[in-house]
Design a protein around this ligand. Structure first.
Ligand code: ATR
Length: 268
């Protein structure tokens, strides 16, 4: 029998996850379906209950339900606990197991696909909302020293305080970045959605630096700025999207898909 999976969000019609998982399933010969389901904003728990009643094996969770998904899960992986958010459910033996594959997706894309290692690197993480929180633990695990910058300083300071036991981390305002340089600059703000650029000073990029925007699908103001400022390598979040999906797929199906042809096809 075909095993059923889905991604739950609102809105969700734009999601590339069904296409990605279809390609993974074809590639690995898995008998499964994967669809996009829009849950009402006040109907996430009811939607999950319906999926469980209908025998779905698991699902992905996207905006704006990742925190509610964390609350709903009966068990959490360590990385889901660190993120306080869940993007992957596995329905097993009457329980909901919650995982978060966003951080590992980002690190895998940057280290393996883009060839840029985090160990001993100075990383600027822009943003202190859900997206930044979802990935920061993995950046420490990969050995990065992290500066968090955010428009609202309090939130940057809170995030830095929460993770100070994990490694080197400081919170700084955008203005206070003047004169500093970084190996990797990650835009985890939602500024690109509004075609806006956080107020970054000039001269942030070390020679050879990578500029990474977690958004994908268009040339963002941040990536344009990075190019003008001489960043050596520019990347959007498409690779992260595919890599986080691959980790969820592996968890559900027990096989690891090859992500490179999927990323290439989506780019084409
Ligand atoms: P997400 O889940 O996408 O992270 P979020 O939790 O609402 O969404 O967080 C949005 C992040 O983008 C925040 O860090 C926000 O900064 P503030 O905390 O100061 O609001 C940041 N952000 C959004 N628009 C921005 C802009 N135009 N310039 C700089 N930062 C922006």
């Amino acid at each position: 029998m075909t095993d059923k999976y889905a991604v739950i969000g609102n809105p969700v019609s734009h999601s590339k996850s069904p296409l990605i998982h279809k390609m993974f399933a074809e590639q690995t010969g898995q008998d499964m379906s994967y669809e996009a389901i829009e849950a009402p904003l006040d109907g996430f728990a009811a939607t999950i209950q319906r999926l469980r009643d209908e025998g779905y094996k698991g699902c992905n969770i996207t905006v704006p339900f990742k925190h509610e998904a964390y609350t709903l899960a009966n068990e959490h992986s360590g990385r889901a606990r660190a993120a306080h958010a869940v993007n992957t459910f596995l329905f097993q033996d009457g329980a909901i197991l919650g995982d978060n594959t966003d951080g590992i997706g980002l690190v895998t894309d940057i280290e393996q696909n883009l060839g840029c290692k985090f160990l001993f690197k100075r990383v600027l993480l822009m943003g202190a909302g859900g997206a930044a929180h979802g990935v920061i633990w993995h950046l420490f695990n990969a050995g990065a020293a992290i500066i968090i910058s955010n428009r609202t300083m309090d939130k940057a300071e809170q995030l830095a305080a929460e993770f100070e036991g994990y490694g080197t981390v400081f919170a700084k305002s955008y203005a206070a970045l003047a004169g500093q340089q970084f190996d990797i600059v990650i835009n985890a703000t939602s500024s690109s959605l509004a075609d806006a650029l956080p107020p970054l000073p000039d001269g942030l990029f070390k020679p050879g630096a990578l500029a990474y925007d977690m958004m994908y699908g268009k040339q963002t103001p941040f990536l344009r700025f990075a190019q003008e400022q001489g960043a050596a390598q520019l990347a959007d979040g498409l690779g992260m999207l595919v890599e986080q999906a691959a980790v969820a797929f592996q968890k559900w199906r027990g096989v690891s898909p090859d992500t490179a042809p999927v990323i290439a096809r989506l780019r084409a």
